[in-house]
Ligand binder design. Structure first.
Ligand code: BES
Ligand code: MN
Ligand code: ZN
Length: 497
């Protein structure tokens, strides 16, 4: 979807004359239309106000009504979305309004639209923020998974372009939004792809294609022999039960100066998680194709910032494995020496994400020598128990880094919340037979996973994002959410601003 701005003259009739398939407006039911959008009230000769008077406007945020061939307008359709009560307006409500409008737009036959949702007041938010968020939400609603399923013949077409008024700062906002939307789509597409297609090798090849496509983005792929030579035994142990060989992918973007240390993202890429020998129950096991969403979001984020040419050095390292039960699988009881030299007693082969991240973090700390590193992982079911699908969990001992990530999440309406990584949790992963075991006790499952990873951060500034709840949208249509590409892109953009 192309996102553009239109420069209007100061002529107040401009809204009425826009030639487009669909004009999108957000209207509340508390103020006269003439106060909300005077141009619209005037051009429509009062019919929108009559709708309001008759109680025909949607009351709820994101509920819509679409009028065809509306009198007085140059647009073929007028899509009206409700705003909910004005005193309840927030970043999230604003996002819901634009997502709802996007859904109705996608369900219509319109392929071009002009969007006036940014005219809404959102406390503390600038025009460029409102444009960026509306554009991302419209693109989000326009996404359809179609890689292994043909759309029906009468399915409405994808939206080709959406324009916004050229309010102050809008040009930069639409540029950024377009690239972030591309990264979000990449992340969702990878998350949605079935595990027989989206294997470690597939993801590695996709990363290589991206590097080929984007000038200045470079890639290295390590195969099993190369990882063996580096003693990445924890990562290799997880993949050894699968016929699909493991990979480590390293993408590099050098938009910053040569002496600037890079920021590293490290993604969990378990392309399918059966649990291994500690096998998962059969119900909903198919959902574990999404266990590579940490990797997908890291790839989507570096794609977005590379495409926007961000003046920052960024690395993306993703550990790609499939966790299968097999005669060659790693077992509960195994003691494995990780790349760092620390030994791990495997007590549950389903706690595989921390195994592969242990080596990926060590590798990143030693080879990238980053300014700071953030890992992203669908790591624990406990995180879904804690936060449901609303929040990404942030764990770090670095208060400043936590602050940056939480703030970036708020700004992107891609929210995160912090969990403690207190030293007092560390004994929960002590082992009699190794330096640590790969599971904790019965409580604090997300935190003990974070404590495990902390032992592999090699003294670097580091944070862990558990996206087990936020990465997937359950319900209809279920899909990878594209999170936290918004949070991460915003975080990186903020480093340059
Ligand atoms: N990928 C799962 C985490 C997960 C589970 C995410 C359910 C979303 C929904 C992870 O590899 C896993 O299996 N974790 C175990 C850890 C446990 C064995 C300590 C879990 O959460 O059950
Ligand atoms: Mn698992
Ligand atoms: Zn997993």
């Amino acid at each position: 979807m192309q996102i553009t701005t239109i420069q209007f003259s100061t002529d107040s009739s401009a809204v009425a004359t826009i030639q487009t398939d669909c004009l999108i407006v957000a209207l509340n039911t508390e103020q006269p239309i003439a106060e909300q959008l005077p141009e619209l009230a005037e051009a429509t000769q009062g019919f929108v106000q009559r709708m309001a008077d008759a109680g025909e406007l949607p009351r709820t945020a994101g509920k819509t009504v679409t009028l065809y061939h509306p009198t007085g307008l140059g647009a073929d359709r007028l899509l009206i979305t409700g705003t909910g009560k004005l005193n309840k307006m927030s970043d999230q409500v604003y996002q819901a309004i634009a997502l709802g409008a996007g859904k109705a737009l996608r369900d219509s036959q319109a392929v071009r639209a002009h969007c006036l949702i940014p005219r809404l007041e959102v406390a503390g938010r600038s025009p460029s923020w409102k444009i960026q968020q509306a554009a991302l939400a419209l693109d989000h609603s326009d996404y359809r998974y179609d890689l292994t399923k043909k759309p029906k013949d009468d399915a409405p077409p994808a939206t080709a372009s959406v324009s916004f008024e050229d309010l102050e700062g809008a040009g930069a906002a639409v540029g950024r939004a377009g690239h972030i939307a591309t990264g979000v789509r990449r992340c969702r597409m990878l998350g949605d792809l079935p595990p027989n297609i989206c294997t470690p090798v597939y993801v590695a090849e996709l990363a290589a294609d991206l590097a080929n496509d984007i000038e200045g983005l470079e890639v290295d792929v390590l195969d099993e022999d190369q990882m063996q030579a580096l003693d990445m035994n924890a990562l290799l142990a997880v993949g050894q039960g699968s016929v699909n060989p493991s990979r480590l992918v390293h993408l590099r973007w050098r938009g910053g100066s040569a002496d600037q240390k890079p920021i590293a993202m490290v993604g969990k890429g378990v392309t399918f998680d059966t649990g291994g020998i500690s096998i998962k129950p059969r119900e909903l096991m198919e959902q574990m194709k999404f266990d590579m969403c940490g990797a997908a979001s890291a790839i989507g984020t570096i794609e977005s910032i590379a495409r926007m040419g961000l003046e920052l050095n960024v690395d993306c390292v993703v550990a790609l494995v499939e966790n299968m039960p097999d005669g060659k699988s790693y077992r509960p009881g195994d003691v494995i020496t990780a790349m760092s030299g620390k030994t791990i007693e495997v007590q549950n082969t389903d706690a595989e994400g921390r195994m592969i991240l242990a080596d990926a973090l060590t590798w990143t700390a030693r080879n990238v020598e980053p300014d700071m590193m953030v890992d992203i992982a669908t790591l624990t079911g406990a995180c879904v128990v804690t936060f449901g699908h609303l929040a990404t969990a942030v764990m770090t001992q670095d208060d400043e880094l936590a602050g940056e990530l939480l703030e970036a999440g708020l700004e992107a309406a891609d929210r995160a919340w912090r969990l403690p990584l207190w030293d007092e949790y560390q004994p929960l992963i002590d082992s009699t037979f190794a330096d640590m075991r790969n599971i904790g006790g019965s409580g604090a499952g997300s935190i003990t996973a974070g404590c495990f990873l902390a032992r592999f951060a090699e003294g670097q500034r580091w944070a862990h994002l558990d996206i087990a709840g936020s990465a997937w949208r359950w319900g209809k249509p279920e899909s990878a959410s594209g999170r936290p590409v918004g949070l991460l892109s915003n975080w990186l953009i903020n480093k340059v601003a």
